[in-house]
Design a protein around this ligand. Structure first.
Ligand code: GLC
Length: 458
């Protein structure tokens, strides 16, 4: 059998996107029969594991090219008449169009072409986080302190900190605004966005020049928001048996400050599965929270990013990894990692996905298993002293992924089948395995994901 890591690298090299003779990104999938045309684009979120691999391999210039291009692309965003869009968000993806005369043109999708017209809120957060990782690994503070980058960081943080019709410190977003980019009942305050927001605030604060008068207001506001966001998520999103008992017996319809059931969550809204499924000495951050609404589903990436970036405190992080350990068959099974657990079925699926045939129960975003999440599982496991979980995830993936042709996702309760409509040769499935393997062999690589702290040379 060929070496799976060597095969992953071949896919990574083949996915490279060039612009004006320079490598600037990687395309999402090399599958010629991909179900959607934009899989040939370079997606911002999909590039992140590629970028982290390049950084660990000493190829930081590719990451820098990518960061610069994406920053420039913001200016391509068109405005709708009568609708002032938020100031220049970052695109979901871009591609290089080559004209007949050889001229190259960059073309970005801000969600205006994407299936379902979804807003890629996560792109700008991933951009800041990757910039921080780039800086930690290369020590290229000159780039980070350049006028364009400083302005880019400020603009992103300002967009997130803008006033909204909101009473929570979490970020309010429409459905499908992150990795789950279809209707899945993930509108409002989904956990993954909050973890990325936390990461972006931390990374932004570490990189903005405090001596720059233009940055001082945003630095002040970001610090306050970071504190508020952290306290709020750690308190209100946390679910363990004690908390579940609390909600089960909670009083409702209470008015005023300092009341225990502030969001008016009805005990009747606790789904049956959660009572049996939640392990004794474990806990996790729930998927979403709003007025009268707690989405009890377990979203893996949001929880893993909360562990990695420190949105969850040390105890919570340990207990989240306990859930992975005790519910391994559900959350990793035959191919790590389940995107969310459990799947929505029946009427709930019909109402919340709009009868989406791609998101049928235990498939794709609705409970499918996504190899790209392996890097985050491995990193979080290593960070919390669960090295054997990291090994276990890598072993499963090493045995199947290359052999199966690097599918985008797997179907079934335990991820046994290759996703019915999954692409083959999905770049981030390959780069996630390379990264996981690197982290296990040399955990010092995890340092690049420490987002906080002042700017420093490596
Ligand atoms: C799908 C996924 C999204 C990913 C894109 C490219 O739309 O839902 O998360 O970025 O494919 O791989």
């Amino acid at each position: 059998m060929t070496d799976p890591i060597a095969s992953a690298y071949r896919l990574l090299e083949a996915s490279m996107v060039h612009y004006q003779g320079q490598p600037v990104g990687t395309i999402a999938s090399l599958d010629a029969h991909a179900p959607a045309e934009n899989y040939a684009d370079c997606f911002i979120r999909d590039f992140v594991p590629s970028g982290l691999v390049f950084l660990l391999d000493g190829r930081g210039e590719i990451v820098r090219n990518f960061l610069s291009i994406v920053l420039r692309l913001r200016d391509q965003q068109e405005e709708m008449e009568g609708h002032r869009l938020l100031p220049k968000v970052m695109p979901a993806s871009f591609r290089v169009l080559v004209h007949e005369d050889g001229r190259e043109e960059l073309h970005a999708d801000f969600g205006d072409r994407a299936i379902g017209r979804v807003a890629p809120v996560d792109s700008m957060m991933w951009w800041i986080i990757l910039l921080r990782a780039y800086c930690r690994v290369t020590g290229d503070t000159g780039f980070v302190r350049s006028t364009e980058c400083q302005r880019g960081i400020r603009l992103i943080l300002n967009i997130c900190l803008q006033d909204r019709f909101e009473v929570f410190p979490t970020l309010l977003v429409p459905d499908g605004s992150f990795m789950i980019d279809r209707r899945m009942g993930v509108y409002g305050h989904p956990l993954e966005i909050q973890a990325l927001f936390f990461g972006a605030l931390q990374a932004g604060l570490a990189m903005l020049d405090p001596a720059d008068a233009e940055s001082q207001a945003v630095i002040r506001q970001s610090r306050k928001r970071l504190d508020q966001l952290t306290d709020y998520v750690r308190h209100y999103y946390w679910l363990d048996l004690a908390r579940l008992n609390h909600i089960h017996r909670a009083r409702t319809e209470m008015f005023g400050h300092d009341i225990e059931n502030a969001l008016n969550i009805y005990p009747e809204s606790i789904p049956d599965w959660v009572t049996d499924w939640l392990p004794e000495d474990a806990g996790y951050l729930v998927g979403n929270l709003g007025p009268g609404r707690m989405d009890f589903r377990f979203f893996s990436f949001g929880n893993l990013l909360a562990v990695l970036f420190g949105l969850a405190d040390a105890r919570q992080s340990r207990l989240i990894m306990e859930v992975f350990q005790q519910r391994w068959d559900d959350l990793a099974g035959m191919m790590p990692v389940k995107i969310c657990y459990p799947a929505m079925e029946g009427e709930e699926w019909r109402l919340l996905t709009g009868s989406d045939p791609k998101n049928i129960p235990w498939s794709y975003h609705n409970g499918g298993n996504w190899p790209t999440l392996i890097w985050a599982l491995v990193a979080a496991a290593l960070n919390t002293g669960h090295g054997y979980l990291a090994e276990r995830a890598r072993e499963v993936a090493l045995h199947r992924l290359a052999h199966d042709g690097w599918p985008e996702y797997y179907d079934g309760r335990n991820g046994r089948l290759i996703g019915r409509r999954a692409n083959y040769n999905q770049t981030w499935s390959a780069t996630a395995l390379i990264l996981a393997d690197k982290f296990i062999k040399d955990p010092s690589g995890l340092d690049m994901l420490r987002l906080g702290g002042a700017e420093e040379a490596p």
